[in-house]
Structure formats: structure tokens, C-alpha cells
Design a binder for this molecule. Sequence first.
Ligand code: ADP
Ligand code: ZN
Length: 215
Amino acid sequence: MTNVILLGPPGAGKGTQAKRLVDERGMTQLSTGDMLRAARSSGSEMGLKVAAVMDAGGLVTDEIVIGLIREKLESGESNGYIFDGFPRTLGQADALGALLDQIGQKLDAVISMQVDDSALVRRVTGRYTCANCGAVYHDETHPTKVDGVCDSCGSTNLVRRADDNEESLRHRLMEYYKKTSPLIGYYYAKGDLSSVDALAKVEDVAGAIKDILDR
Ligand code: ADP
Ligand code: ZN
């Protein structure tokens, strides 16, 4: 059983690598971003409450996201968790440590996905995903083989995120540097941190992550 955090700015490729780990290792992806978007499209009270914050690129309160993760960890059996987009603040990191303790598990690795900021704008503003299976595409670097049709599942429901525009991205990056990047030091000090070059090809990033998890 391996539990891993993927840590990095928006556009670093956390979701892409998380999906691979799900397919290849049967691990469970816990993406607070996906959970919040699901809550939002279900029209739940919480979803409506966080929608404006998300669209503007701000962070949702610790209380809400910790609640979402707690629910999953307490209800689930798993072959290992991939935390994608969580924790994003020091408060969330402490809470995750305590939650894992409670269920008798530990964190095995924290992988810092390193990218140049200059690459992020292009990555994020060209991004779209399959609403059915979650596959991630990019206008220039990784378009679908057939225009408008998902390679993996054949769905034509391809969508862009409301916050994948340049203005929201700038705000997301600011939040990342102010609130999330301190986690790199936090996990380094705990001895859990590894880094990968997230500007490498998807395959190579996946290989580097595999090496860390198999170590
Ligand atoms: P990205 O990593 O590309 O920015 P995510 O899908 O992980 O995207 O998150 C999208 C948005 O959801 C964030 O900008 C934020 O508003 C909210 N969010 C997701 N995870 C968290 C979290 N752990 N804490 C606070 N807000 C979060
Ligand atoms: Zn699909």
C-alpha cells in the first residue's frame, strides 16, 4: 500500500500522472479539485458556495476540503491513495497527517512536480478534458486524434474548465506561491520529499514517478 501526494502548481500535470497511477496500479485518486467540481455540478449547497471562489482562482476553505478528504478516507478501502491538489495549505497538510494516523496509514512519498512558470500559461490555457472519463488533452501538444472525440472512451463531451483562463491562472499561481509552495519545505523537513522534472514528456515523468514509488 502506497500513499503519495503529487505537489505542484496548476498545469504541472498532477491530474495526468494521477490518472496513470490509477490505470497502472489500481490506486485511488483523491482530487479535491474534481470533488469540488462534482459538488458544483450537482448543485449542492456547498458546491454553489465554492463556485465563485474556484472560478476566480482562489482557494476554498480548509474546513471544506478537509471534510471532503475525511469522508473519502473514512469510507474507503484502497490500494493506496494519490492525493492530487491536496493538501494545498499547511493546515491541510497537518490535517492529512492526523487523518492518515487515525486510519492506521502513513504517507510514503511527496512528489514535487517541477516546472517553469513560463510553461504553465500555455499548458493551462490550451487544456481540455473528457467529461466522461477524465482524459486530459491540449490544443497544441496533445489534441484528440479525431476532432471532438475522446481517444480513450469515444465520448464527445469534451470540456474546458471555467478557471483555465489567463486571469484566473495568475491568481491560482499567486495562491500557489503564497500558500502551497511552503509545503515543499514542510515535506522536505519531514524527509518525505522527492522531485521530478515535470517538463519532461508524459512518459518520462511517469517513469520518474514509478522509480520513486518502487524505491
Ligand atoms: P489546478 O491544480 O489545476 O489549479 P484543481 O483541479 O486541483 O486545479 O483545483 C481547482 C480549484 O479548486 C482551485 O483553484 C481551488 O479553487 C479549488 N481547490 C482544489 N483543491 C483545493 C484545496 N486542497 N484547497 C483549497 N481549494 C482547493
Ligand atoms: Zn473519455
